[in-house]
Ligand binder design. Structure first.
Ligand SMILES: [Zn+2]
Ligand SMILES: [Zn+2]
Length: 569
């Protein structure tokens, strides 16, 4: 997490410098360094201490990284923070604003916080400024709404990282028997408000006393004999509860939730004359619980099989469990391929070979290379000739690789008019055609839906990727008539993607449920632009599980030949 913390600080420094109208070169250096740190999986400070040179990080920035890792703060940043009104740093984060406009609004209209900006946009005072149109005001208001909705929400991938780091440290605290993640992180919600961790220890208060010293802990919010609430350096709230091992299972059910699921459990218990709480399942007037140590025992006490956390949302899982009809949820081990992988040919950071090796090491049998198509200049989209040369390279690699196959694919842009960004003569040569919307997000629902339906009807399109286009915390999904997309997908035998990239997780669980009901198949692709991102597959599997999907619903659980066959029908 240290890298991410420094990346945040560098990002904020760049914003402040830009608002101050500082030298563009300095601003860019901070932005580049921030990006680089975000994408470096190894601890950057440790690399520097070991004498490694990090490309794009000069001597000055390297010293700052070391200072932060030593002291937990950065002197220059603390000073800079007070150089501009604090509200400007909130404004700069609104989607569609950025540093240049933040400076413009402040310089010309004296706008120094989000409330003032909202007022000004409502009263149409912004459009008097150079470069601000009526539409811009609308977008800014939407951006403010998005920020309010998403404020305080944490991406699941980040929550996982924090939870793993804390659990690792907890395992070293004397007296700790075991720990588990609970709450919405365990239910694999795409974003969460806080992180819940449950610890088993014979003497809870002794463990609680050790927790303020956790590396992740920046501040204690509240502390009791069995619970501590803390805030991490990035400002995320974490609740840690310590219970005796004898009631770990009951506590885990209780703190995993969801609240709606727990209400149903309590009703079931009540009907059997039992009481269920975080300490166990109790018969009337008895102090010893009937069940408490394991989750299985707790569910069994109310005559249910164990229910996977991802399903615990009161979305029909109680009825399915009672009838013995719970789905056999897909697991990460069922996945045989990654169907959405980028390489250096477009905007990926690594070679096709490196991506293949990384995926094979993770147990995959094949992958689909899906670099961008020609009109996506911003992502260095491939011209048809590039694509053909890439296919040559893939053929060569396939001769060399053992027990792994690379499929030739492309992430082909769906143009504003609903056409594909390559001629049929090009598409015909590909093993897999992925279609995607990357522009014109603001078209009206009818037009966007029609545009996608038209692409699905194209005979060569196999998979619609990131179908709703949402970016968590930045952009809501585009306006779509999802029913129509589903019926077109079924009619044309086109699969829909669960994009496992942490900011997308698109489709979500509810969409997956609808797709399954409509008889539409899914694939899970990581959209990896780097070998480290291949690990995101697990996030996609979590979404599929929330949607009640089984291996049979997900095409990349099939061996390669069968996968291709399915796509061709
Ligand atoms: Zn894309
Ligand atoms: Zn992609």
């Amino acid at each position: 997490m240290v890298n991410k913390e420094i990346a945040d600080i560098f990002h904020a420094i760049a914003d402040i410098l830009e608002i101050q109208g500082e030298n563009a070169f300095r601003v860019r250096a901070y932005r580049r360094a921030s990006q680089l740190l975000e994408n470096t999986p190894e601890n950057a400070a440790e690399l520097l201490v070991a004498g490694k040179h990090l490309p794009g990080i000069g001597h000055d920035l390297a010293q700052k990284i070391l200072e932060f890792s030593r002291t937990g703060s950065l002197g220059d940043y603390e000073k800079l923070k007070h150089a501009v009104p604090a509200g400007l740093l909130d404004i700069v984060r609104i989607p569609g604003v950025g540093p240049k406009r933040t400076k413009l609004f402040y310089d010309k209209l004296g706008i120094a916080d989000i409330a003032a900006l909202e007022q000004a946009a409502h009263n149409h005072r912004l459009r008097a400024l150079a470069g601000i149109k009526d539409k811009t005001e609308e977008h800014i208001l939407e951006g403010i709404a998005l920020i309010r909705q998403g404020s305080g929400r944490i991406l699941l991938a980040e929550a996982d990282e924090i939870a793993a780091e804390i659990r690792q440290e907890l395992s070293l605290v004397p007296g700790v028997r075991e720990s588990a993640v609970a709450g919405s992180v365990r239910r694999r919600r795409e974003t969460v408000h806080d992180i819940d961790i449950l610890v088993a220890a014979a003497r809870p208060p002794a463990v609680i006393d050790a927790l303020p010293r956790l590396r992740a802990c920046a501040e204690i919010i509240a502390q009791g004999p069995t619970k501590i609430s803390l805030r991490t350096h990035r400002g995320f709230p974490v609740d840690i509860r310590v219970v005796v091992p004898e009631c770990f299972g009951a506590a885990l059910v209780y703190f995993t939730g969801s609240p709606a699921h727990n209400v149903r459990l309590r009703e079931l218990a009540k009907r059997r004359g039992l009481k269920i709480n975080e300490y166990g399942v109790f018969a009337e007037g008895r102090e010893q619980p009937l069940a408490a140590a394991s989750e299985e025992a707790v569910y069994q006490a109310v005559d249910l099989p164990w229910i996977a956390p991802e399903l615990r949302e009161d979305q029909g899982e109680m009825e399915q469990a009672a009838a013995g009809n719970l789905p056999r949820l897909i697991t990460a081990a069922d996945i045989r391929a990654d169907t959405h992988v980028h390489s250096q040919w477009s905007d990926g950071r690594q070679s096709i070979r490196a991506m293949a090796q990384a995926l094979q090491a993770r147990g995959c049998e094949y992958m689909v290379i899906a670099d961008h198509s020609q009109s996506l200049g911003i992502a260095r989209g491939l011209k048809p000739d590039d694509l053909r040369r890439q296919m040559d390279e893939i053929r060569q690699l396939n001769k060399q690789l053992k027990n792994f196959r690379i499929l030739c694919g492309a992430e082909v842009d769906i143009t504003a008019g609903g056409n594909l960004d390559f001629e049929d003569t090009v598409l015909r040569e590909l093993d897999v055609v992925l279609a995607a919307v990357h522009s014109g997000f603001r078209q009206p629902q009818e037009q966007l839906t029609q545009r996608i339906v038209h692409a699905l009807e194209h005979p060569y399109v196999d998979i619609l990727v990131h179908p709703t286009g949402r970016l968590l915390g930045e952009r809501a999904g585009y306006a779509l008539d999802f029913e129509r997309i589903l019926s077109a997908a079924r009619r044309t035998h086109t699969a829909l993607e669960i994009n496992a990239s942490p900011k997308r997780l698109d489709l979500d669980g509810a969409h997956c449920r609808l797709a399954k009901q409509a008889g539409v198949k899914l694939v899970i692709g990581t959209d990896s632009h780097d070998t480290a991102q291949c690990a995101h597959m697990e996030l996609g599997v979590g979404i599929a599980r929330r949607g009640g999907l089984e291996a049979a619903d997900v095409l990349n659980c099939l061996p390669c030949e069968q996968f291709l066959q399915k796509l061709r029908t």
